[in-house]
Ligand binder design. Structure first.
Ligand SMILES: [Zn+2]
Length: 428
């Protein structure tokens, strides 16, 4: 879609001197997104519709990136253009063409600005244009439009799954009790909770899993009217709930608290596209786990998931790291044999400090947490699992999970809950 326009070449024989003219018949259309109000580099999925036909696109032309915040097209004058965005890009949905326009004689530029707050009147339309005249000879004038991306519009471009769609989307191996529970979510739950009953089988006794859903503050703050049960839960991908319920059951969890599913205007695209789930609490008959390790960094407060001994070992690791870094920063030319020896010692000391922190942390990690994480990482629908103990950015790649050291932004965000991202390549 971004290749150069084919130039029509015509030869004018009627004129006295022979002249060749290039007529570039196509018009440039550029949609520019400003999502800096919530996340500047938001990886918003998109597809383009031209004259009612959705264009197939290479993977790098299916979502915005940090360096590319625009969608650029070349179309014939008179073409009707529209976008499908977010989870509505899925080929089975595409119900909500937005920011539609008809191209005239000029090029077109549409600036779409994300605006938080409850702005009910704004619609996903481009309105009327202001024409920017061509500056240089040979340039074309540009019809400029301005539009908003509000919470209400986010809701519009986030697919609302029906119970039948949920049933069809779930992996065939989904256990019947999970299937029944997930269907119930999309039929509209009567209350923000769910009881999943697993009957006894050859391998396991009967098991009941209680799920509680917290209201979405972000949806309330940015959408005119948004119901947790009718709007938020059913905009979340059915396989996300199925993965959580199936793996919680396998890990022996009897209670889980879900705090965030689909949400319109916070954080990465995962939750906005309905592919993210956050949980803050799990329990079984013998253990309750508040999924929180805030306080690992700095002076910290009391947190039952960080024992004094672990905190001490973590602080020792930070110190050992600083010392190793200081000595490795010295110029090689000035290093004597003794400084090189010292350098090796410092690096070994850092390795040892890390091993001791890892051992102590693992020793105290609630077993239920370990088991749930391991199960979630094995689930074929799950792409990422981030929690206060461990970070796994890609369950399919070869690199192992890493300890959550609460240093990077992503680590810090996940110091107080477990997040999972679902894999659906048709969306993201
Ligand atoms: Zn999350």
């Amino acid at each position: 879609m971004t290749e150069a326009a084919p130039a029509a070449t015509g030869t004018l024989t009627a004129s006295t001197s022979l002249t060749t003219v290039n007529v570039s018949a196509r018009r440039k259309v550029r949609y520019v997104f400003d999502t800096s109000a919530t996340k500047r580099d938001l990886a918003l999925p998109y597809r383009v519709s031209i004259d009612g036909k959705v264009q197939e696109a290479a993977p790098h032309l299916r979502k915005l990136s940090g360096s590319k915040r625009s969608i650029e097209l070349l179309v014939a004058p008179g073409a009707r253009v529209a976008l499908f965005l977010n989870s509505d890009v899925h080929p089975d949905f595409r119900r909500e063409p937005v920011y539609a326009l008809q191209v005239g004689e000029h090029d077109v530029e549409v600036l779409i600005t994300e605006q938080p707050g409850r702005i009910g009147h704004a619609r996903a339309v481009v309105g009327t244009s202001v024409t920017r005249q061509a500056g240089q000879p040979g340039e074309r004038a540009v019809d400029c439009y301005k539009a908003l991306l509000t919470g209400d519009i986010w809701m519009q471009i986030s697919h609302l799954y029906t119970a039948a769609q949920a049933d069809a989307i779930l992996p065939p191996e989904t256990a019947p009790p999970v299937r029944v529970a997930v269907r119930a979510i999309y039929s509209g739950l009567p209350a923000a909770q769910l009881l999943v009953q697993f009957p006894a089988s050859d391998g396991a006794p009967a098991h009941a899993l209680r799920v509680a859903f917290a209201d979405s503050e972000n949806a309330r703050a940015n959408i005119t009217y948004c119901s947790l049960l009718k709007d938020v839960l059913p905009r979340t991908h059915p396989a996300a709930f199925a993965a959580l319920l199936s793996e919680a059951h396998k890990a022996g969890v009897t209670e889980v608290h879900v705090t965030s599913c689909w949400r319109p205007m916070l954080g990465s695209i995962a939750h906005r596209a309905g592919l993210g789930l956050d949980i803050v609490y799990v329990a079984n008959a013998s253990q309750t786990v508040r999924i929180n390790r805030v306080g690992l960094i700095g002076a910290g407060g009391r947190n039952p998931n960080i024992r004094a001994r672990e905190k001490q070992l973590y602080d020792e690791l930070i110190l050992a790291e600083q010392q190793a870094r200081a000595i490795s920063g010295e110029r090689i030319a000035t290093q004597t044999e003794s400084t090189q020896k010292e350098k090796i010692e410092k690096i070994n000391k850092e390795r040892l400090a890390r091993a001791r922190w890892n051992d102590e942390r693992n020793l105290n990690e609630p077993k239920l947490m370990q088991e749930l994480r391991q199960q979630l990482q094995k689930n074929p629908s799950v792409k990422q699992v981030f929690d206060p103990w461990y970070m796994e950015a890609d369950t399919r790649d070869q690199s192992p999970q890493t300890a959550n050291e609460q240093r990077s932004k992503n680590e810090t965000i996940h110091a107080d809950h477990l997040h999972l991202t679902l894999n659906d390549l048709q969306i993201l």
